[in-house]
Design a protein around this ligand. Structure first.
Ligand code: SF4
Length: 237
């Protein structure tokens, strides 16, 4: 166990301009929709408060598909291989913030609700960026990668409560909670482990889902067999 208290990151800058949203939302500059979006974004920026919390945890390797992180058993073959040279890891939760969540839930118009969803997603991205900048500055980990419960079958969403356990009650302090179905509220929140990786790893490399707008890397159908299959000759990274 380590005795580092979780670090809470608030006051994260979030200052996007409407023109940044127009292309993604297929809105023409100067149109009626552009005017409506400008007003919606203005009301969002008035209250936006993305946040993140993280801690530093120690890693022990137990067997081919189990790690012990600060005393908590994590079952994931992919994680076991990805973290095989790691002795420390950064469990985290990042969120768009309860303020934007409640604001977006109050919007009844379907189109504006979709726009609000996009704004909340960008606020979450700002929170993630702030978290990564924080650990870069404080711990200088070099190249890092991220794994998130639920992104791959190998590490199911049911393990999400373990990330919350590692962070203690700090998630409450940024107003993020887990429902009985292990969904996070605010909905635009993400939990996971950030780890020193040498070369970049993306969950997407092992995910065959087609037409995913959030894909960050192409699917490598041979990667699991080559690198993660137990007792295979691993592709070294
Ligand atoms: S392809 Fe999409 S669903 Fe699959 S891991 Fe990447 S972001 Fe997640």
């Amino acid at each position: 166990m380590n005795d580092m208290k979780p670090t809470i990151i608030k006051n994260i800058p979030f200052d996007i301009r409407p023109e940044q949203l127009y292309p993604n939302l297929k809105i023409q500059t100067g149109s009626r929709y552009a005017d409506q979006l400008d007003k919606l974004l203005e009301s969002a920026l008035d209250i936006a408060s993305p946040k993140a919390v993280y801690t530093l945890s120690t890693v022990e390797h137990k067997d081919d598909s189990t790690l012990i992180i600060d005393g908590i058993h994590m079952k994931s073959r992919v994680m076991q291989v990805n973290l095989r040279h790691c002795r420390r890891v950064f469990p985290f939760v990042a969120t768009c913030g309860i303020e934007l969540e409640e604001w977006s839930q109050s919007i009844e118009d379907t189109l504006k609700s979709f726009w609000a969803d996009t704004i909340n997603m960008l606020a979450l991205a700002a929170a993630l960026e702030a978290f990564k900048a924080h650990i870069d500055e404080r711990f200088e980990p070099g190249t890092t990668s991220m794994m998130n419960p639920g992104s791959l079958e190998d590490w199911p969403l049911s393990e999400q409560h373990k990330i919350f356990s590692l962070l203690g009650n700090a998630c409450e302090l940024i107003n993020v909670r887990l429902t009985e179905n292990t969904l996070m509220i605010p909905l635009k929140s993400i939990s996971g482990l950030e780890f020193e990786s040498g070369e970049k790893f993306y969950n997407c490399q092992l995910c065959p889902r087609e037409k995913c707008l959030l894909r960050r890397s192409s699917y490598d159908e041979h990667l699991y067999a080559e690198k993660y299959q137990p007792h295979s000759n691993h592709r070294e990274t």
